[in-house]
Design a binder for this molecule. Sequence first.
Ligand code: CA
Ligand code: CA
Ligand code: CA
Length: 273
Amino acid sequence: MRTRSTLLRAVAGLGVGALAVTPAVVAGPSYAASHPAVAHADPPADPGDYYAGTDGLSGAALKAKLHEIISKQTVLSYDGVWDALKDTDQDPANSSNVIEIYSGRSTPKTNNGGDPDNWNREHVWAKSHGGFDTVPGPGTDVHHLRPEDVSVNADRGNLDFDNGGSAVDQCADCFSDADSWEPRDAVKGDVARMIFYMAVRYEGDDAFANLEVNDRVGNGTAPNIGTLSTLKAWSQQDPPDAFEQRRNEVIFTTWQHNRNPFVDHPEWVASIF
Ligand SMILES: [Ca+2]
Ligand SMILES: [Ca+2]
Ligand SMILES: [Ca+2]
């Protein structure tokens, strides 16, 4: 049986052309139907090895090497994020729509911004946690920016992540209380891996704060998000699926040219955090 990393190397070895984001590749059932064929391609002799230099590393050393690797990227404008999300979060069953991360709702790409039932650009790492706002950098990094219903996005606000609370309006299986937000089960791991990406990508060696995960709620404007123990559990219970893996691939090939290491190697979560 092939491992996930073998499959990803196989995908990577097919090159940009094979992964080009065209309706023929990603629209409707054709994307899902084509995915197993891609995954079963023969692994290339040389996988290209995006993660060269990480063999044998763990903990802080692995984090430092991954930071170096994933910091080489194209930085998008905040306007450019609209175009990127219409691609990265396209509904596999309807190429005219995007999937909202928390609500899970499929909604027309063209209904972006404005009306409370349209979608806008949710910062999963709340942009007030570290104060990076929407200037190019963490505020425009689509590895953690996702489409979400305008009013649900407002309900999430800048809450830390944890289990529990009351049901959220217009967001099935989402819960919140005064200091935390719990997304639906299907994206709990996605959320965790986005947060872990941000903690590794942003280390305070540029114009922005060093973002780090901690094990508390109520972080406010500190450059931290919690809770670590819950996010680690979420990553375990909801491993990467085809949608999340495609998203990572499209960000890499088309938009930012960097990857979320925890989508490729979920086992690195436990090594670093
Ligand atoms: Ca709404
Ligand atoms: Ca998931
Ligand atoms: Ca950091």
